[in-house]
Design a protein around this ligand. Structure first.
Ligand code: TRP
Length: 344
């Protein structure tokens, strides 16, 4: 797989994955593992930037997340699943890169600014340097392509700046990585706001069919429609956003939209149909997930194997960077024909 282009991307292990992750990223990742040398990173160090008070949670969330990745079709024979904190080179490279970025530049990163105002917190150094660590994640593997959501573009931009700065100062070392955006539309939560793991508005891959039914029946629809005979709106109605993704019978869906617009089908009937289509579509994935959930030792083995595949790559890049930045004193005599000349 060595002459394939390389991809590094990842998620923070914040818990089980939901259908937004499935369509936003996992479907893409599974497609890419056939044509790229893929490294999928469990960014557990990044979790600590905002969430360091519950140490037990990270391992559990990691296993949940990786079980979902595997259930969604990530093939550990093709792609390497990498545990960030198990490879110290991520932290080391991040420290070296932090010399090449100003504090003022990091304070202008929009995700940082938002978090500081939103959470009204007193930001740690770790939070400020979040995107520097992310740049290290990407460049440690000399990844050319980084599939991410739109929210990550500011981090990619900073990674590209660090790349240019490094290459200019020390000679060409890293490819300038390109973001690759998914062309699937973002799916809203069941309340029509952004789907979020901890907002109570997500449908998780691991939800049972009954749980899915229950959530679908509670979904926000068209607030202007009081009776099933009122003409309904399909646009901006998350029930139809979901059907667009999950319904394979496109002709049938078109008909259902026409009936809805004409006030000839009720919300309950549409939702029942959606729940049925979703459960059918997610069934094979959920079955795989249950198998992994019953065998967490397999998940650990997979993570360990992926991490060991990543390690030599990370070590080689770090050593190259240290040499180029002048941190190679112990090697300074190796090629020196006239050792005394080093000091005189
Ligand atoms: N910041 C990313 C997110 O929250 C996670 C991440 C960490 C990442 N390191 C990365 C994504 C490297 C892409 C490449 O989703």
């Amino acid at each position: 797989m060595t002459n394939l282009k390389r991809i590094l991307t990842g998620h923070r292990p914040t818990g089980p994955r939901h259908i937004g992750h499935l369509y936003g990223t996992l479907v893409n990742w599974t497609a890419m593992q056939h044509s790229y040398d893929c490294f999928f990173l469990v960014a557990d160090l990044h979790v600590l930037t905002t969430d360091f008070s519950d140490p037990k949670r990270i391992s559990k969330n990691t296993l949940e997340m990786v079980a979902d990745w595997l259930a969604a079709g990530i093939d550990p024979e093709r792609a390497s699943l990498v545990l960030q904190s198990a490879i110290p080179e991520h932290v080391q490279l991040s420290m070296l890169f932090s010399m090449l970025v100003t504090v003022a530049r990091l304070e202008r990163v929009p995700t940082y600014k938002d978090q500081v105002t939103e959470l009204n917190l007193n930001p740690s150094l770790g939070l400020l340097s979040y995107p520097v660590l992310q740049a290290a994640d990407i460049l440690l593997y000399k990844s050319d392509t980084v599939p991410v959501g739109e929210d990550q573009l500011p981090h990619l931009e900073l990674t590209r700046e660090i790349t240019r700065r490094f290459n200019k100062l020390y000679g060409h070392t890293f490819p300038e990585p390109e973001a690759l955006l998914s062309d699937n539309p973002r799916i809203p939560g069941i309340d029509n706001r952004t789907m979020h793991t901890s907002r109570g508005n997500a449908i998780f891959l691991k939800d049972s069919p009954e749980e899915t039914n229950r959530k679908v029946m509670k979904m926000y629809t068209d607030p202007t429609r009081l009776r099933a005979t009122d003409p309904g709106h399909v646009e901006g109605n998350p029930v139809f956003d979901y059907l667009d993704l999950f319904e394979n019978d496109k002709a049938g869906l078109k008909e259902m939209k026409a009936l809805y617009r004409a006030g000839k089908i009720g919300d309950v009937a549409v939702k029942q149909h959606l729940a049925q289509v979703m459960n059918a579509s997610l069934a094979p994935l959920r079955e795989r997930r249950q198998q992994y959930a019953a065998h967490p030792e397999q998940i650990i083995d997979i993570l360990m194997a992926g991490t060991e595949r990543a390690r030599p790559v990370a070590q080689e890049t770090l050593s190259e960077v240290m040499d180029k930045m002048g941190l190679s004193t112990l090697k300074v005599l190796d090629e020196e024909k006239n050792p005394e000349g080093v000091l005189n």
